[in-house]
Write a protein that binds this ligand. Structure first.
Ligand SMILES: [Fe+2]
Ligand SMILES: [Fe+2]
Length: 342
């Protein structure tokens, strides 16, 4: 690289490709800066939730109820163990020279997801310390509940491998817009649960998490706004498929196990039965888990929200017969194709 500086010719180095240098700090517009600013302003401290109040409430619960709630938080942690997903995205975004706003926002999302996951752990430790790995089941149902979580995490481990590979398969515009369905679903679910729960500590936790998830959704919109216009038809089809993947992946906790998802999920035969039992107990004890009809409604509105923003860019929704949503038939979604996060 040669550059004329004054009258002298100065030698400058060539930067290796896929590298984090040269640095740049340019935000391209006010919208980007405002979203980054908001991400810092809306930070909150999980330690400041009213944990003492939760202690009091837990004293009034029986063992079944404690286990069922711990079960749900552990299931949630499958999706909120997303700090490495975004931390890895931070590294990749630097190497691939994504714009400053994207790199900065991914950083804040990584921090948010870490907090969400710590909330899961803090709740579990109040309800059923050591669950699931150090938990000693007292009967078959407890043993199966424990196994359900461990199997779900095993699927999370498979997902992690697929996610790392996805950077070799998809462009970042497809990848980051793939997060959209997850963030939209998360926003809806946590808002709903903060309205439903009878436990004030959880109400505040859900409310704060929903604030974070709303911002994560805004991030995907920002990526979409400049990515989608440049996307060719093939990439647009991939986004459609990823919306479906988001539904299959997240339905496990936010809806019900989709019947046709079994190419992705590898779960024991008793999974659904035990999961429903745990959900029922936790719901009756006041956790705030929506009823199936409420879950359907939440998903439908999340998908419609995503659909209307995709429509502007000529990207179609996938067919989701479970929710009565007609769209493109994207075929089977295999485990190694799934990108979405929460
Ligand atoms: Fe999250
Ligand atoms: Fe999120």
């Amino acid at each position: 690289m040669k550059e004329r500086e004054g009258t002298e010719k100065i030698e400058l180095p060539e930067f290796p490709p896929n590298n984090i240098y040269p640095a740049d700090w340019e935000f391209r517009n006010d919208l980007e800066w405002r979203l980054y600013s908001r991400s810092k302003r809306e930070q909150w401290d999980e330690e400041k939730l009213d944990w003492a109040r939760l202690d009091e409430i837990v004293t009034g619960l029986d063992n079944k109820e404690r286990l069922a709630m711990a079960y749900w938080w552990a299931l949630l942690s499958t999706f909120d163990n997303a700090n490495p997903v975004f931390s890895y995205a931070v590294v990749k975004a630097h190497e691939l020279k994504e714009k400053t706003a994207v790199r900065c926002l991914l950083n804040t999302i990584a921090f948010d997801e870490n907090r969400h996951n710590i909330v899961c752990g803090m709740c579990i430790n109040k309800l059923c310390p050591g669950f699931p790995m150090k938990f000693k089941p007292a009967n078959d149902l407890e043993a199966r509940a424990r196994a359900n979580i461990i199997w779900t995490w095993y699927n999370g481990a498979r997902y992690w491998k697929a996610y790392l590979d996805s950077y070799n398969k998809y462009s970042t515009d497809v990848l980051f817009t793939s997060f959209m369905m997850g963030e939209a679903a998360a926003t809806t679910v946590f808002t709903q649960m903060s309205g439903n729960t009878k436990i004030s500590t959880f109400r505040e936790a859900f409310r704060q998490i929903a604030v974070d998830e709303t911002r994560h959704y805004a991030f995907t919109q920002l990526v979409m706004a400049d990515g989608a216009e440049k996307m060719n038809e093939e990439r647009k089809r991939l986004v459609t498929k990823q919306i479906k993947a988001g539904f299959i992946f997240l339905s496990l906790i936010t809806y019900k196990l989709p019947e046709k998802s079994n190419t992705f999920w590898k779960l024991p035969h008793y999974f659904v039965e035990v999961n429903e039992k745990m959900e029922d107990i936790a719901r009756d004890a006041g956790l705030g888990i929506p009823l199936l009809s409420e879950k359907e409604e939440a998903w439908r509105s999340a998908v419609m929200k995503v659909g209307s923003s995709l429509k502007r860019y000529g990207i179609r929704l996938p067919e989701i017969p479970e929710l009565g949503i007609s769209g493109d038939d994207v075929g089977d979604v295999d485990g190694d194709e799934i990108v979405p996060v929460f």
